[in-house]
Design a protein around this ligand. Structure first.
Ligand code: PLP
Length: 374
């Protein structure tokens, strides 16, 4: 049975070149980058070359890249320090952020008694920028936290526009770019963004490593204390092999961006065409012109089929999801879909299908055939 992986918003397959790079570093370059002997200096050099390469990919400066263990850690760090150290009194966010942002903000709200406002959504799941401007017109030290690409429905935020708005109202701007870095071009010399977050396993790199972009002189303080690694901002011996793998993965992602984006966009269109033919009553959750690798579909099946659909597809070797991976085992409806679907539609099966350059039309055909047999 051919296995079909269509859950690339949850995680991605590691590129072979990345595995080779990591294996080499694990075998040969095992020094501690903080050691002053040649083994340490060698590891330090890999670390700093990786930092430079990542910074170059998004046109930032190397000192603005801080390595973390994952996207969740970077989000927690930035949001917490913005409140506890930068004295942010108010956060504007949306109800469809990833839980790494939403739950962190809820915890900070309890702990620090900050004001939290949720910006309105348009019916297609996009952020209502007019409402954002209205909210920003109030006088408080504010941070805006809005993701660039939604991990469940693939709606896209205009980062440049929101950056300008935040600058105009003197608000800090944090964006969870976990789903977009490596899949779209970002130029930090142009974008008015203070903080970004990335995670290597979303762009064909290893799990358990990510980075934060932190604009120069931000004043951010560490989340935890220990060694002087990452200029004291993130204590703990750096995972050199993971970081080298992440840098390689990002380099390859941008080197192949145009060709892979075209391949995936064509597949997405093909999938939608096939769904239109085979399941005429289907609809797309979120903006049908959303990000090129994600499509979230509401299938015209009865609510009773909701619980068994993923199981049925899994039995046929097909991996898709109902929402984010962290929730897909849960029977609770997705908090993102809950913001945009009626109570009735929420009970029906919605599937998130997310593709990579490793997918083919045959994968889409196998998915369609499997759905037809339900
Ligand atoms: N933010 C978004 C938008 C995500 O999709 C994910 C991954 O599921 C995360 C944050 C968490 O990243 P990590 O798995 O590196 O902690």
């Amino acid at each position: 049975m051919k296995k079909v992986y269509l859950d690339n918003a949850s995680t991605t397959a590691i590129r072979p070149e990345v595995i080779r790079e990591m294996t080499k570093v694990m075998a040969d370059d095992y020094g501690n980058p903080s050691s002053t002997h040649s083994f340490g200096r060698n590891a330090k050099s890999i670390l700093e070359l990786s930092r430079k390469s990542i910074a170059k990919a998004i046109n930032a400066s190397a000192q603005e890249i801080i390595f973390t263990s994952c996207g969740t850690e970077a989000n927690n760090w930035i949001l917490r320090s913005a409140v506890s150290d930068l004295k942010v009194k108010r956060i504007i966010t949306s109800k469809i952020e990833h839980h790494a942002v939403l739950f962190t903000i809820q915890a900070l709200q309890k702990e620090f008694d900050i004001q939290v406002d949720y910006v309105n959504l348009k019916p297609n799941g996009e952020i209502d920028l007019t409402n954002l401007v209205e909210l920003l017109s109030q006088e408080h030290k504010t941070l805006v936290s809005l993701m660039q690409v939604n991990n469940e429905i693939g709606t896209v935020l205009d980062l440049a526009r929101v950056g300008q708005i935040c600058q105009q109202y003197k608000a800090l701007f944090h964006s969870d770019t976990v789903q977009s870095i490596g899949k779209t071009v970002l130029d930090l010399q142009v974008l008015a963004v203070d903080f970004l977050v990335s995670s290597a396993h979303k762009f064909h790199g290893p799990k358990g490593v990510g980075f934060a972009f932190v604009r120069k002189n931000s004043g951010l303080q560490p989340l935890f204390y220990g060694g002087e690694q990452e200029k004291g901002l993130r204590a703990g011996t750096e995972a050199v092999h993971q970081i080298a793998g992440m840098a390689k993965a990002l380099e390859l992602a941008y080197a192949n961006l145009e060709i892979e984006r075209k391949h995936i966009s064509d597949l997405r269109s093909y999938l939608i065409e096939r769904l239109e033919v085979e399941f005429p009553g289907f609809s797309i959750n979120g903006n049908p012109d959303g990000f090129y690798n994600i499509v979230n579909v509401l299938l015209p099946f009865s609510a009773e089929k909701t619980a068994m659909i993923l199981f049925h597809l899994d039995m046929k070797g097909i991996a898709v999801s109902r929402g984010s991976a962290c929730q897909s085992g849960s029977i609770k409806p997705s908090h993102v879909l809950a913001e945009m679907l009626s109570v009735e539609d929420l009970k029906k099966p919605s599937l998130r299908i997310s593709m990579s350059h490793y997918n083919s039309k045959e994968d889409v055909d196998l998915l369609i055939e499997a759905l037809k047999s339900i």
